[in-house]
Write a protein that binds this ligand. Structure first.
Ligand code: ADP
Ligand code: ZN
Length: 757
């Protein structure tokens, strides 16, 4: 036994329920409890010996101010929440990276993880007050008399009385200096004489506004009132309920009413959102009603801020009665949960892929709610197949709002056949004449337009027209994307980049051409087609700067752009009043994505982006460009036929044995050595086949079979409803043990993904 060096916390900072929940996560998602702890605790990464680097507060510095190496590091941090120093060395291919890291710290683009003690130390702010001796007027008068020669010092004392807040004896030094113009040297002299005293005050880092609106003032319409009645009555029998409300039906107001009741009962609310960086609009809406009861929790906030929310939740203080957060917020130490809201429950970003725990936040939230005997409300305009399936099989309750608030019509959706348009020479670049016509009309009416394209950059492929060679990433099995703005070819997987070359690397001819198109190219075509209009772009590349995302949204809201071109980011929950037209540039690459959920996802994405159009009296319009206007999904999108989409997809899933009809577990093996990986995955797959009574598929290479020079192979296990999931997992774990005993395979990494792959 070792001596105790220091007691860090006088009371436990985690609760029994939390531990139970985390144990469930570890077992269900097949990882260790340690991995869950590391993801759950705001400080857990400190247990690792190497210094870790994390990008700061979700928005970094201006991209234009970054060197290429700095850019690469931030790019990598977009995909991984933190990096070790030696990983950074590999990324920028340099031994000593500390100068670069220090520069990034200076630019406030990243933070280094603080030491364990420091992060529990509250942030202290320096205040001054007048020595209590001078509370008596006599003493004060005498003091001022003695200072007649030190004019600046007596001025400082007068200024102190003028500037300090009325009901307070102290004033913040920085503020005092700023508003009085009195120099720090003078203040120091007064402190040295014992006239001023320094007080250090613990400050809450999170700033609050007062709530400006009353929940009582919300007048619900009939559909909303009915939805609330249904939700509440379903909570009597079923702790989980789905609210299926079309875009702009007013789901948020329904949440606000329900939240208000839970708060009045003194209970806590967890509000989960897919990605917090994308939802400042929603945070503002909730703060307007609940003011400083709303806390925001995000893995990219500083450790101090997260510890503060953690403690507020632990002690059930008013300051964090509602916590809004992306997935990691469900690890907070709630003890009095009354309601969990999972907004946009269909969003795939609720699933964490890397690192472990590879959990799905919606599903883990449902378990959390049941451990706390709390209700759980899932909301979406386009529910996921698995959730809707649970509604149909009566596991979840159900409420519906099928019309928009204020009887605004759903936008009219039109399919544009671009194969036909190309044949008849009715295309200008990537725009059909039909889409251009609608854009022009909108612009004339001074209305705004959103154009959606699922790829960033200028073009995803640079290919030689002589020999057909496409420029590939040296580290990954993908072609490099051309970014015109930097005149570079970049890998979207590892961050590798090179400047655009003029001649083909394979045959040497000067016949390189781009194939496919991204948001950058659309923006450029628009600038040529509509030179007198302002065109904005929102994708990963333009939202890197500090508050860049908010800036673009505000600018678009204030009509500083006429047209906004963007990737998925423009589809998510935004509420723009003046958008009359939405254009989907190409539906086909969504529909043809190699994934069993491609059709479901396409339906969700297109319906969501269409939902940004026509949120006021005038009916909005949506144009979808496609080579295949007969695709069943496109018809379901244009007819708002969710039920048909659901029935057909469910049938297909049944035919091909995919969730929700079976459970799936995917095992990914990863190694630098191609031959070893193949051998190992064959060994693993055949052991599984010997032991498991369920279907084992693979090993197979994924669509991108090499990333950062690591080869990948997948094994898929399908568990039908008559087999035990738990038994299967235990068998897999036993096989893993034998596998790890083979020393030749020691370098191989095993990655489990359960349910959501
Ligand atoms: P959803 O989240 O379902 O897409 P929102 O909650 O954003 O829809 O509502 C759409 C619009 O209608 C918003 O501008 C919202 O403020 C307004 N709205 C919804 N319900 C009400 C209500 N009861 N009273 C006033 N405005 C409402
Ligand atoms: Zn790469």
């Amino acid at each position: 036994a070792k001596e105790i060096h220091q007691v860090l916390d006088s009371e436990p900072i985690i609760t029994d329920t939390q531990l139970k929940h985390w144990q469930w996560i570890a077992e269900y998602y097949m990882c260790t409890l340690g991995e869950v702890l590391r993801g759950a605790l705001p400080s857990a990464f400190l247990l690792e010996s190497e210094t870790l680097v994390q990008s700061s507060k979700m928005e970094n510095v201006d991209e234009a101010e970054l060197t290429d190496n700095e850019f690469l590091i931030l790019e990598a941090l977009r995909h991984q929440s933190s990096l070790k120093i030696d990983e950074i060395s590999k990324i920028v291919d340099r031994k000593n990276v500390l100068p670069i890291v220090n520069q990034l710290v200076k630019k406030e683009a990243i933070i280094l993880h603080e030491s364990l003690n420091e992060q529990y130390r509250p942030k202290l702010e320096k205040y001054i007050r007048l020595n209590t001796l001078y509370e008596s007027e006599n003493n004060l008068e005498n003091l001022l008399k003695t200072l007649t020669r030190a004019q600046k010092q007596s001025q400082a004392i007068m200024a102190f009385f003028q500037l300090k807040p009325k009901n307070s004896a102290i004033i913040k030094v920085n503020e005092f200096v700023k508003s009085s113009g009195i120099s720090k040297a003078v203040i120091k002299a007064l402190i040295d004489k014992g006239i001023f005293e320094v007080v250090k005050v613990r400050t809450d880092r999170i700033q609050f506004e007062e709530n400006s609106k009353e929940v009582n003032q919300i007048q619900l319409n009939e559909l909303q009132t009915k939805a609330i009645v249904n939700i509440k009555s379903s909570f009597n029998s079923n702790k989980v309920c789905l609210l299926h409300g079309v875009t702009s039906s007013g789901k948020t107001e329904v949440y606000i009413k329900l939240i208000d009741e839970v708060l009045r009962a003194g209970k806590q609310v967890l509000y989960l959102l897919p990605e917090i960086a994308l939802t400042s609009q929603l945070i503002n809406r909730l703060r307007a009603y609940f003011g400083n009861k709303v806390a925001v929790y995000h893995s990219k906030y500083s450790v101090n801020e997260r510890v503060e929310v953690w403690n507020n939740v632990l002690h059930n203080t008013k300051k964090a009665q509602i916590v809004i957060g992306a997935r990691s917020a469900l690890f907070l130490p709630f003890g009095h949960l009354g309601l969990v809201v999972v907004d946009e429950e269909h969003e795939s970003s609720f699933k964490q892929f890397d690192p472990a725990p590879r959990y799905h936040a919606r599903d883990a939230a449902i378990v959390l709610a049941s451990l706390q005997e709390s209700n759980c409300l899932l909301g979406s305009a386009t529910p996921s197949i698995e959730t809707y399936f649970n509604v149909k099989s009566k596991k979840y309750g159900f409420a519906q709002m099928s019309r928009r608030f204020g009887d605004v019509l759903m936008p009219e959706i039109e399919l544009v056949d671009i194969k036909e348009a190309t044949r008849k020479k009715r295309m200008k670049g990537h725009f059909s004449e039909r889409l251009l016509e609608e854009i022009s009309t909108c612009l004339e009416e001074k209305e705004q337009i959103i154009l959606f394209q699922n790829r960033r950059g200028f073009a995803p492929i640079v290919e030689c027209t002589t020999c057909g060679n496409a420029t590939q990433c040296p580290n990954c099995d993908v072609s490099l994307t051309y970014h015109q703005h930097r005149n570079q070819l970049r890998c979207h997987y590892c961050g590798y980049h090179m400047s655009l070359v003029q001649s083909c690397q394979a045959c040497g001819n000067n016949t390189l051409d781009t194939k496919g198109f991204g948001t950058e190219q659309i923006q450029e075509e628009l600038l040529k087609l509509f030179p007198n209009h302002r065109i904005g772009r929102m994708d990963l590349d333009t939202t890197r700067g500090k508050y860049a995302y908010e800036k673009i949204i505000n600018a678009f809201e204030n009509h500083e752009f006429d047209i906004l071109v963007g990737t998925q980011m423009v589809t998510k929950g935004l509420d723009f009043r003046n958008v009359a037209l939405v254009g989907i540039m190409n539906a086909d690459n969504l529909l043809n994505f190699p994934d069993y959920r491609a059709h479901e996802r396409s339906f969700q994405l297109m319906t969501q982006v269409a939902g940004r159009a026509g949120r006021t009296e005038k009916r909005g319009k949506v144009l979808i460009q496609t080579y295949n206007p007969y695709h069943q999904i496109l018809h379901q999108v244009s007819n708002y036929d969710f039920d048909k989409m659901f029935t057909e997809q469910l049938y297909e899933r049944e035919q091909f044995k995919y969730p929700p009809h079976v459970r799936i577990i995917r095992i990914t093996l990863k190694d630098k050595d191609y031959n070893k990986l193949n051998e190992a995955s064959d060994w693993f797959a055949s052991s599984l086949r010997n032991v498991l009574k369920t279907q084992v598929l693979g090993p197979e290479y994924p669509a991108v079979a090499r990333i950062r020079n690591q080869y990948l192979k997948n094994i898929l296990i399908k568990i039908s409803s008559n087999s035990s999931v738990l038994q299967t997992k235990n068998s897999i774990k036993r096989i893993e043990k034998s596998f790890n005993a083979i020393s030749y395979y020691r370098s191989i990494r095993l990655i489990y993904n359960v349910d959501h792959i």
